[in-house]
Design a protein around this ligand. Structure first.
Ligand code: HT7
Ligand code: ZN
Length: 870
């Protein structure tokens, strides 16, 4: 695979101020006529001879330069995925006609079909599958797009910007023309043609302009668009209030599409969404999915400024838009919901998903230095760690200066393609801070480990903090980072001690050196409350005593530190089971009093209580034990869950019953209560499944939520509790499939519930799911529901001792690679724990992956090579 390197960046040789596209959608093929005005870029001093345009899977029908037909060989050549025109003039118009086949496009990049409609996905490099173009984010062009199609099959023709013309054509066809006044990179181009239902509304901007809001979906899904519309309006108002960003076109549109490689796409004025991230209705959608819709709608909307108006110079700068926009959507969700809960959810996700990425074979800096396929770098590191880097800058500058810096950034770089350095420069300019060392966060991979030791003597409390970032592939030596550590020191009753003469209860220490010492005059030895709010994306090592953890969990006012203390207690108990041979029952005398205290306060914030009372996942536990033995991790976690379920059964029953709702409500408070109730029921079901409680009694209670469901959260939760714990489900799985056969997103959940049943037998079950008539290899959501769930969310099945999970994995990757290489590569990263596995498993997984390496696509090959260490 050819490698693209940041160090080789050169500005584009030609610019394309204007692009006029004519897209003629016909049965079986599409003709795309592209008229590009090209002019040499004055910034490229070396004046290259050849004009090089990107183009893949295009059949070139004609090419004219300023009206003169060009001849292949003499005037241009097709050089693999490029069109080369030697000796092109400094200014000219190039018109190409290409034929493409959206019907056969299962890769879902470029123009493709989904459930009878046409749609596009151009980020990162999909536009080159639509026409020849300099497909790079630093070429900004003004697009005018005309779409022609059969009127009855495709009454709706959409593209970016504003509609400027439409009309009838011969043979029952019609056309529509859209003009986008904002120059944009081609990755933000979009087109949709279909027969869709529309939910309309309006938004009045801060300056009084009326914006038409249009959300489109298949007709049967029209009743599932309200939540997205509400979320969109809240996001628009929030961005004006918090970031001073107003929407700029007269119309903002979102289209829901079933076949989609990721969550959604921020195309200018025409967002395209995976149905799973936009459709929501209480009957069919869980609370978690409702929250995801709110945050993804906001995320894509926020890109209008952080990504579209100010875009990336090159794909190495991807986190410039993604990290910043994730930060923005996290802040939005925090303002719309409980800030403490959202922060813990975000940290949980980062620590248990991004940290493993950063500590494994896929580790890469937030701004990578090289890639083979950029699609493989839409990672948790670029998104989630990137957001933490922005959050640290927010913390370092304070809210007011941060806002001044983002104002400066948007104003200075509006209409430009820029870099992460440009972003940080605005932070420096406004605050006067020197962030040179801070910028290592962008260029250095790996999770820094902070080791904290302390000592209390004669009224002086000394904290020593050492930072060390372990080596990552290709980066053996690491530099110290600038790390903000927020801390408080608690007394025996859990009250914060004054840290200085002003009596401050909390401070932020900015670490710069490998080792730093702090000293505080205190009347007693404190319990340190460290890394409050998770002030930096680091792994914290401090030898907390159990008593200290109990104090933090009971009294700390910082939501993250409370949750972290609970996690440490659970991890310690699980380590005693896994490593020291203790039993689950042995842990109860230490754990149950702590849990009871959390339960006693649960009504203060039920969602937070649910976060504190939930055990870590098997992946999270496995990642803390080397070598990884998935079966013993599973035994330990499920055994402890059942033991807690039994020991606190009275509490769980009471919570389950007290939190029953008379009628469905969709507000945050009701969701929090449902979350805690479902956790309580899950504990009961776990205990019943292991014979520790009356299985019939528990199953009957659980089944009530399924039989008379008030919402999908309860129906699906009940089904999962029954199926996962081997409780009598009495045909409910089949009934569910029958009831929801016409709701693909619900069926995805049905597949996922079964693929996540713990234990090696699930591999055979998953084989059955792959053969199910409703399973489709071309539908990424369905593939993720079965293969993704098995590989990433069910370690005791995936790592079945006989290697059957690996065999299924390898076969699925090979099959998918021929259909959709992006999805194959993304799923392949589920094998990244290979080198941590116990040897017998590592050998089998390695062999299975080596087997499919020959002939793999560029996307899949890059991931396999990293995992296999090739
Ligand atoms: N910016 C969008 C990225 C995206 C994407 C990337 C590669 C392949 C398919 C894709 N679909 C969407 C989504 C976002 O982060 O907002
Ligand atoms: Zn994004």
């Amino acid at each position: 695979n050819p490698v693209t390197r940041l160090a080789d960046y050169q500005p584009p040789a030609w610019l394309v101020p204007d692009t006029t596209l004519d897209v003629d959608l016909r049965d079986g093929h599409t003709l795309v006529t592209a008229r590009l005005t090209l002019r040499r870029n004055p910034e490229r001093a070396d004046k290259p001879e050849d004009l090089v345009l990107d183009g893949e899977h295009l059949e070139l029908r004609s090419l004219t330069l300023d009206g003169r037909e060009l001849n292949p060989g003499d005037d241009y050549r097709l050089d693999g995925p490029r069109l080369v025109i030697p000796g092109a003039p400094d200014h000219f118009t190039l018109t190409s006609v290409v034929r493409i086949e959206p019907e056969n496009n299962t890769a879902l990049e470029g123009l493709y079909r989904s459930n009878g409609m046409y749609c596009t996905q151009c980020e990162a490099e999909g536009f080159r599958r639509i026409t020849f173009f300099p497909d790079r984010p630093d070429v900004l062009s003004r697009f005018t797009t005309t779409i022609h199609a059969d009127k009855s099959a495709y009454p709706l023709l959409l593209s970016n910007g504003n509609p400027v013309d439409a009309g009838e054509e011969q043979g029952g066809r019609h056309y529509a023309t859209w003009e986008d006044p904002f120059p944009k990179p081609c990755y933000l181009f979009a087109l949709v043609a279909g027969d869709l239902a529309c939910l309309s509304d309006t938004f009045i901007t801060a300056s009084g302009r009326e914006v038409a809001l249009r959300l489109y979906a298949e007709h049967r899904d029209l009743d599932k668009l309200d939540h997205a519309m509400d979320s969109l309006k809240r996001a628009m108002a929030w961005d004006e209030r918090v970031f001073g960003r107003e929407y700029d076109l007269d119309i903002f549109q979102i289209v829901a599409v079933s076949h989609f490689n990721m969550g959604a796409m921020e195309n200018k004025g025409l967002n395209i969404f995976n149905t799973s991230c936009v459709l929501a209705h209480p009957d069919t959608t869980t609370d978690a999915a409702f929250e995801r819709v709110e945050s993804v709608v906001a995320h894509e909307y926020f890109h209008n400024w952080s990504g579209n108006r100010v875009t990336c110079r090159d794909w190495f700068q991807l986190s410039l838009k993604e990290g910043f926009t994730v930060f923005r959507d996290q802040e939005f969700s925090s303002d719309m919901n409980s800030r403490a809960v959202v922060r813990v959810e975000n940290v949980d996700f980062l620590v248990n998903h991004q940290f493993p990425e950063d500590q494994g074979p896929m580790a890469h800096p937030v701004r990578p230095a090289a890639y083979q396929k950029i699609d493989n770098f839409y990672t948790l590191t670029v998104y989630e760690k990137g957001a933490e880097i922005v959050r640290m800058q927010h913390e370092l500058l304070g809210a007011d200066d941060f806002r001044r810096a983002t104002d400066l950034y948007f104003e200075r770089f509006d209409g430009q393609a820029v870099t992460c350095d440009d972003f940080v420069a605005c932070m420096e300019e406004v605050s006067g801070l020197d962030l040179a060392q801070f910028k290592r966060w962008y260029s250095q991979a790996g999770t820094p480990v902070l080791t904290v030791t302390d000592d209390y003597r004669d009224g002086e409390y000394r904290l020593t903090i050492e930072q060390h970032t372990p080596a990552t592939p290709g980066e053996p030596d690491k530099q110290p980072l600038m790390i903000p550590v927020k801390l408080a020191l608690l007394d025996g009753q859990g009250r914060p001690l004054p840290l200085d003469d002003q009596g401050r209860a909390e401070t932020v220490v900015i670490l710069r050196e490998t080792r730093e010492a702090l000293s505080f005059q205190l009347p007693e030895r404190p319990t340190p409350s460290l890394l409050r709010g998770f002030s930096a994306p680091v792994s914290l090592r401090y030898d907390f005593s159990e008593e200290q953890l109990v104090t933090l969990l009971a009294h700390d006012t910082d939501g993250f530190c409370r949750w972290d203390a609970a996690q440490r207690l659970y991890f310690a108990a699980l380590a005693r089971i896994i490593d020291d041979g203790e039993s689950a029952a042995d842990q109860l005398p230490r754990l149950t009093p702590v849990l009871e205290r959390v339960i006693a306060r649960a009504d203060e914030d039920p969602a937070q209580a649910a976060l504190l009372l939930g055990l870590p996942t098997e992946n999270a536990v496995g990642d803390r034990h080397t070598p990884l033995r998935p079966q013993s991790v599973h035994q330990a976690v499920s055994g402890l869950r059942a033991a807690i379920g039994e020991a606190l059964a009275e509490h769980w029953w009471r919570l389950a019953k007290d939190l029953e709702a008379d009628a469905y409500q969709g507000d945050g408070a009701a969701m929090g209560r449902r979350r805690l109730r479902r956790l309580a029921i899950a504990y009961l079901a776990a205990a019943a499944g292991q014979g520790a409680l009356d299985a019939d009694q528990v199953a009957d209670y659980v089944a009530r939520d399924f039989d008379q469901p008030d919402c999908m959260t309860n129906a699906l939760g009940a089904l999962r509790d029954l199926v996962h714990n081997g409780l009598a489900q009495n045909g409910r799985l089949e009934a569910f499939a029958e009831r929801w056969a016409d709701e693909p997103l619900v069926m995805d959940q049905w597949f996922a519930v079964q693929a996540s049943v713990p234990g090696p037998d699930t591999v055979a079950r998953a084989e059955g799911l792959l053969a199910h008539p409703a399973f489709e290899w071309t539908l990424p959501n369905r593939v993720r529901a079965v293969v993704g769930t098995l590989v990433n969310g069910n370690p005791s099945a995936f790592h079945a001792p006989d290697g059957s999970g690996y065999a299924l994995f390898a076969r699925a990757l090979k099959k998918l690679d021929g259909i959709n290489p992006q999805i194959a590569a993304r799923l392949a990263s589920g094998g990244a724990r290979l080198k941590r596995l116990e040897p017998a498993l590592a050998d089998q997984l390695g062999a299975a992956l080596r087997d499919i390496r020959p002939g793999a696509s560029a996307n899949l090959a890059e991931v396999l090579d990293r995992i296999l260490g090739a």
